[in-house]
Write a protein that binds this ligand. Structure first.
Ligand code: ZN
Ligand code: MN
Length: 252
């Protein structure tokens, strides 16, 4: 299988592949964020990176740019909150400018189609802003570009959800560090998961507002928003296959 990762290419080979805008560039964007005591800090980076590679290998006309690891601030109701040791985030303007700059550099190499694969919910609107600004700036310069933006979990069907959560699905909002991400990590990086340290928690229930400064008592001390105990590698395989084939179908 040929290597689809730009960072592993020499510049001449990269230039040959991309100079006429022949490839779509996939940029994974994640976060460094606690995901419970049973898992590493980087699922939000590793999951979209893995999906990006599989999509590029299948599609044939795509390359994967090095991932952006740092993401927008973890929020209590979606990521446990920005106060956990290890959770290391940047401001929205920093993320937006960084993504803008990286994409603009790839435009400079002759690329004009991009797929942003997001792995961290809180990034979403900042990625919209970066994409929107760059499209407009390029248009002013007479360059037409197209940027697709997606979060991988939006490719998971209700059928798959029913199989992954046979006892009922508590919703995406509380999936942080739960069955979904843990199952995927068991599939792609089992060495970064220790199920003996997984903590069983009830799905988090939050008031219908946010508060600043954050109130750490809103989150279970373990940091996950639901229980990871029913995670399995098989569930991870099922989720990944659906995400990869769905993204290939829509983006090829
Ligand atoms: Zn996550
Ligand atoms: Mn996250």
């Amino acid at each position: 299988m040929k290597d689809v990762k730009i960072e592993n290419m020499d510049w001449v080979s990269y230039h040959e592949l991309t100079k006429k805008g022949a490839c779509k560039i996939i940029l994974p964007i994640g976060a460094i964020e606690q995901h419970g005591p049973h898992m590493s800090l980087n699922p939000d980076v590793l999951i979209p990176s893995y999906i990006a590679e599989k999509v590029a290998e299948k599609a044939g006309n795509m390359l994967v740019a090095p991932a952006i690891s740092y993401g927008y601030k973890s929020q209590v109701k979606s990521g446990g909150g920005n106060f956990f040791p290890g959770t290391t985030c940047v401001t929205g303007s920093a993320l937006e400018n960084y993504v803008f700059d990286v994409l603009q550099a790839y435009v400079g190499h002759g690329n004009h189609e991009f797929i942003l694969i997001n792995g961290h919910f809180e990034n979403s609107m900042h990625l919209c802003e970066a994409a929107d600004k760059l499209v407009k700036k390029c248009a002013v310069e007479g360059i037409t570009i197209k940027i697709y933006l997606l979060s991988y979990w939006d490719f998971i069907s209700e059928d798959t959800i029913a199989q992954v959560f046979p006892d009922g699905f508590s919703g995406w909002a509380v999936e942080h560090g739960g069955v979904l991400e843990t199952s995927i990590m068991l599939r792609i990086h089992p060495e970064l998961v220790d199920m003996s340290k997984a903590v069983d928690v009830e799905p988090a229930k939050f008031p219908p507002y946010d508060v600043f400064p954050s109130d750490p008592t809103w989150v279970a001390p373990s940091g996950t928003l639901s229980s990871p105990l029913k995670a399995t590698e098989e569930k991870g395989k099922l989720i990944l296959e659906e995400c990869v084939s769905g993204i290939v179908k829509h983006m090829s």
